[in-house]
Design a protein around this ligand. Structure first.
Ligand code: URA
Length: 243
């Protein structure tokens, strides 16, 4: 459910301010009834008319982007940094990233204009697994990895259980590659988890988001998700398993 003035603005009818005026002036109908209250919420199922003309609903679109390092995963940036939208200039729908990856993190990120789908993919209660490979400074002990697995105290609380696997380590450089799969998506979570065991992340890449990987894409490239993949992701979030 979205506020009526937001829906009007997103459909390109008018700016948010002008949309509010249209509503207050009685120019907007929802399911045939004039609505003048600004807080009114509507869903996609509601028929919205502005001065007798029905609003055209934007089709939902879903893309898998291989985010390179050096892009911020928001739709705009006050510091003028490049955003993930700069990588998808040909897409006309108002897409936004599903969850976030740090400026310096690369890997799989979904872009969509479907807010409900985004919620299913990001709320930890739906359990969507995200796998990362972290290059860390130091070679974590088994016990430290176990701590990450069980849950570790961060300043915003203890983390949910994770799957952790040492991929390789290099004694000469004193670094290790560690795979970590989490279902939460707190701000800079993986980096903070490794900081908490004294092995700061030097490089971070999201290998997979549920069953999606960057397979077939170069950094900076995107592809549309298939209808089947979108359905699989929904089923996964809603039931905890695919098919
Ligand atoms: N955890 C992080 O620390 N950074 C990311 O970009 C994603 C998860």
């Amino acid at each position: 459910m979205e506020r009526l003035q937001k829906v009007l603005a997103q459909a390109g009818v008018a700016s948010r301010r002008k949309a509010e005026t249209l509503i207050v002036d009685g120019k907007v109908k929802v399911n045939g009834q004039v609505v003048t209250e600004l807080g009114t919420k509507v869903s996609r199922a509601d028929r919205v008319e502005v001065q007798g003309v029905e609003l055209v609903k934007e089709q939902f679109v879903y893309y898998l982007l291989y985010k390179p390092r050096g892009y911020i995963s928001t739709v705009s940036d006050e510091k003028g940094r490049k955003t993930v939208l700069d990588l998808l200039p040909m897409i006309e729908e108002r897409i936004f990233p599903v969850g976030r990856l740090d400026f310096d993190t690369s890997g799989v990120i979904i872009m969509t204009n479907d807010g409900d789908f985004s919620y299913l993919m990001t709320h930890p209660k739906f359990g969507i697994q995200k796998k990362y490979v972290a290059k860390v400074k130091g070679i974590p002990e088994r016990e430290a990895l176990k701590k990450l697995e069980r849950g570790i105290e961060l300043d915003d609380g203890i983390t949910a259980p994770a799957r952790v696997k040492m991929q390789s380590f290099d004694k000469k450089t004193g670094t290790a590659l560690v795979e970590i799969t989490i279902q939460e998506g707190r701000n800079r979570q993986v980096r903070r988890m490794f900081d908490a065991i004294g092995c700061p992340v030097q490089k971070l890449r999201r290998e997979s988001f549920a069953m999606l990987t960057t397979y077939g894409l170069n950094a900076g490239e995107a592809r549309e998700l298939t209808t089947h993949e979108v359905k699989q992701l929904r089923v996964l979030a809603e039931t905890g398993k695919i098919g």
